[in-house]
Ligand binder design. Sequence first.
Ligand code: SAM
Length: 295
Amino acid sequence: MANRIPIGSAVRTEAIVNRYFVKAKKNLGQNFLIDQNAILGIVEAADIHEGDQVIEIGPGIGSLTEQLLLAGAKVFAYEVDRDLPEILANELPAKIGDADLDSRFKLLLKDVLKANFKEDIGNFFNFSEPIKVVANLPYYITTPIIFSLADSDLNFSSLTLMMQKEVAERLEAKPDSKDYGPLTIAVQTRMNVRLALEVKHDSFMPRPKVDSSVVVLTPLKEKYNIPDYKHFNRVVKLCFSQRRKTLNNNLKALISDKDEREKVISELGVDPRVRPENLTIEQFIKLAKLIPTKN
Ligand code: SAM
């Protein structure tokens, strides 16, 4: 077939929507990208090269998938909408260079939160080579997806994820800012965070209320020493339970005895009047170690 205009152009998307009577499903977080610059921006941010192994979450009607394939990637996609496989099979290019679509693209109808990557993907990917994850995420499960990927046994070199701008700002926040909180700390203790691109809400169909950002997450070169992650998370969450109050006040939920609390704060080496958002990640790690796990 002659070169067609990209799936992610507004005209082609509209033609596909009309041909297959596609109705974007709100409960599945379906906002299809119709902005070719944004799509190519994601491919660029993910630094896709010939032969890259990419897991895509939620290919939708294939606008991003098509560009990942054309950039040379081999793509394994998770999708939950049963109406989409037929559209993808018909609309994605049948050949990418000399290769058949089947040798470069596989779709699994499965909730990505229930993924067992090695089992699902089987020998389509070589698991000793790095894997990139790329997605315009369904926003209703953005954070569960990030944590299930970060904590999986996937040997990933990067996660390039489109999400609501406000969530992206929380992921990459620094101490002393209003966006810095438990989500920031949970993510930054696992991965490096880089904001790559901002995408306006009119780049999607249907148009969401808010703008989006593309974030690139990469594994930390040096891991933090957090012996008990569950305890650490609990300490961080409780410290932020009243973010406008002082650390001393928030710590009451964890250490009821005043003298003991003062001792911990003094060992931490901070002013008791600091707010939780003023503590660095290293200070939270130290704090969690100063508080007995059973508390
Ligand atoms: N990639 C397409 C694009 O950029 O136009 C679609 C992105 S849309 C924001 C999110 C996609 O994720 C939809 O196709 C939706 O059906 C799919 N999805 C929703 N929940 C999912 C889940 N739990 N597992 C896998 N895919 C899911």
